[in-house]
Design a protein around this ligand. Structure first.
Ligand SMILES: NC(=O)c1ccc[n+]([C@@H]2O[C@H](COP(=O)([O-])OP(=O)(O)OC[C@H]3O[C@@H](n4cnc5c(N)ncnc54)[C@H](O)[C@@H]3O)[C@@H](O)[C@H]2O)c1
Ligand SMILES: [Zn+2]
Length: 367
């Protein structure tokens, strides 16, 4: 079992990672958290529970842990206060107290909601993350960001609440549908672009094996990404500076998601287009050379297809100015100087942004 530390000011914990690790989750929790009869409440959703509930249940039972399951509605629409409030009422009904530990067992939606519930239930109880989507394994489960959506915007309510540990079994991604799996891979590609040329090369040289989800290859992709996210979060828990590099491709990605009312792209797909656009911006402002941009573009398209880009580039460019990562009215663009290294640039003109969006529209039409 790989053990990857996350060391933040508020909490030190480990990410445990191995193919097949779900079967040992119970034993791992018992030994690592030194449990002595504390109650666990597994927060999950129907689909996830249908695929993997029995395996988790067996592992918790073998370790003789005391646990309950609490299934909540899944999906971005259900990621709201009401779902959290209802789950909190169910915790009360289960006699959950301050020693109870939540186990978030699902994708990023479940992880964010259960993490938030743990952050506020009785002013804060412990949570363990067991992510089941590729996106949640490489990104959402690590770093302690938790929250829910408001009608007026995504993730506007939330809290930092670091987990006690994160247990990652890359084999859980086997039951994801193809689009969800590829959407997660785009975040893996992002990790390669921002800090890891050898991960980028692996993605370039083995697309068939990775897309076929050969366990050894999926595990390598997940491990490399987890090391990057854990390392960055350890240096910058609250996203004051360094953590921003994780937003590579996200400025235009978020604009595409918002412009299409979050119904057209999966997050990773929007980020995929955003990364191609960012690579183009990088060459236009002279931060990166054309060769780098081309490698980024080719790699992303190899893991496509992607849903088409809507056709009003000025309108989408406008949305980038209202991105919530804007600071003092300035959009901070993360741009790759070469594979594995990025720079922050706040001087990108409206024209350059519009051109980059026109660029991805052209690629989209040719796809
Ligand atoms: N906290 C963070 O740092 C952070 C980072 C990135 C994203 N997020 C959040 O994560 C959410 C997106 O997460 P996501 O992409 O995991 O989507 P998701 O949680 O909506 O899961 C996608 C779908 O896959 C299903 N599913 C989950 N695991 C499965 C499995 N093993 N097999 C089959 N189906 C499975 C789910 O039921 C769901 O229908 C967003 O709400 C986003 O805001 C949070
Ligand atoms: Zn993302």
């Amino acid at each position: 079992v790989k053990r990857i530390p996350v060391i933040t000011e508020s909490h030190h914990y480990d990410v445990f990672l191995d193919a097949g690790l779900l079967a040992e989750a119970g034993a791992l929790l018992r030994s690592e958290l030194k449990l002595q009869g504390e109650k666990l409440v597994v927060v999950s959703a129907e689909t996830i529970w249908r695929h993997w509930g029995e395996a988790l249940a067996r592992s918790l039972d073998i370790a003789q842990l005391q646990w309950h399951s609490l299934l909540v509605p899944d999906g971005e629409q259900a990621k709201n206060f009401l779902t959290v409030e209802r789950a909190a009422e169910q915790l009360v009904a289960l006699s959950a107290d301050r020693s109870t530990i939540l186990v978030a067992f699902g994708g990023g939606v479940i992880g964010d909601m259960a993490g938030f519930l743990a952050a506020i239930y009785m002013r804060g109880i412990r949570v363990i993350q067991i992510p089941t989507t590729l996106l949640a394994q490489v990104d959402a489960s690590i770093g302690g960001k938790t929250g829910v959506n408001l009608a007026s915007g995504k993730n506007l309510i939330g809290s930092f609440h670091q987990p006690e540990c994160v247990i990652i079994d890359p084999l859980l991604t086997n039951t994801l549908d193809d689009r969800e799996f590829r959407a997660g891979l785009f975040e893996v590609i992002k990790c390669g672009i921002i800090t890891d040329p050898s991960l980028f090369q692996l993605l370039e040289s083995e697309p068939d094996r990775i897309l076929a989800r050969e366990p050894a290859y999926v595990t390598r992709c997940v491990e490399a990404s987890v090391r990057i996210k854990s390392g960055i979060v350890s240096k910058d828990e609250r996203e004051s500076g360094l953590r921003r590099v994780l937003n590579y491709g996200h400025t235009i990605g978020h604009a595409l998601e918002a412009d299409t009312h979050y119904s057209h792209f999966l997050h990773g797909e929007a980020v995929a287009w955003g990364m191609i656009a960012a690579a183009q911006i990088g060459t236009e402002v002279g931060i990166s050379d054309e060769g780098t941009a081309q490698r980024i573009r080719n790699l992303i398209l190899r893991y496509g297809p992607l849903p088409p880009v809507p056709d009003d580039s000025a309108r989408i460019a406008q949305v980038t100015f209202s991105d919530k990562k804007t600071i003092d009215g300035k959009t901070h663009w993360v741009l790759a100087s070469r594979i594995g290294s990025v720079e922050i640039c706040s001087k990108v003109s409206f024209g350059v942004i519009t051109n980059a969006i026109t660029h991805i529209q052209k690629i989209s039409q040719a796809q």
